[in-house]
Ligand binder design. Sequence first.
Ligand SMILES: Nc1ncnc2c1ncn2[C@@H]1O[C@H](COP(=O)(O)OP(=O)(O)OP(=O)(O)O)[C@@H](O)[C@H]1O
Ligand SMILES: [Mg+2]
Length: 279
Amino acid sequence: IRARRPDDLSPIESGQVPEEISPLVRSLNDMLERLSQSIQMQKRFIADAAHQMKTPLAGMRMQSELALRETDQEEIHRSLEQLSKSSESATRLVNQLLALARAENQTPENKPLAPLELSELARTTVQDWVQLSFTHRIDLGFEQPGHPVMVRGNPLMLRELLSNLIDNALRYTPAAGSVTVRVRTNPLERQAILEVEDTGPGIPASERSHVFERFYRILGSNVEGSGLGLAIVREIAQQHDADVEILNNPHSQDPKYPGSLFRVTLKLQRRPDFIEDIG
Ligand SMILES: Nc1ncnc2c1ncn2[C@@H]1O[C@H](COP(=O)(O)OP(=O)(O)OP(=O)(O)O)[C@@H](O)[C@H]1O
Ligand SMILES: [Mg+2]
């Protein structure tokens, strides 16, 4: 093993080893296989990220070259507008890549989860989005129970998770629609539930398992995005041992806009001073 090249993760030949150490060799090979898969995934991710970055950068280059050759003020203005759009996409992509890297680095092993009150965290996060909801002309609402909802979590990461769900709801829901963020509990099942409901186009059942993949976007939407938001949501949910489901919005009234309901289910923590409240 010592004589191998550092990047050689091929299995150890198990044919010639004494029988008593063959289980050890099998476990080592198993580990090498998993390590190699994880390295392959990292490599693919870097290649995908670079590929995604190429599109806005190529756009910026083309538009700036066009603007430099142009003398007509209106045409120059149009090119600059496109340039600004492409740089917005590039910035969004880089910010989402950084958010994903942050989420992957803040594991419960190096940043232990601490008790926190979920309604307060959700309420303050929703406040950050009020301004954008006005811009998009969407009625952004918040519902919480009349008692504290304790969970164990990393507040920065849970904010990041909720922000990505609200961002999607606001961006994919047409103007005059509504988005509701809701915190509730299911005391019998010991669940704390965080929901984001919108009156947008919804996500077809066949797409629901794919939208959590990195860089996956549903074709046909004219909304800009990098395809990483729900991958960030999934990463953070996994670290909190939480489930994320996509359902139809049960309150939707327009069959053309069935809406979505994103439901994150966390474990409800017991705390002596509010057990009476939740029964
Ligand atoms: N609330 C929603 N309503 C309708 N479609 C949605 C909703 N949320 C997500 N989607 C679909 O799922 C896809 C993946 O969402 P995700 O947040 O991962 O990426 P994105 O919004 O495209 O990019 P970004 O990383 O910039 O958020 C979106 O492209 C969109 O097609
Ligand atoms: Mg998104």
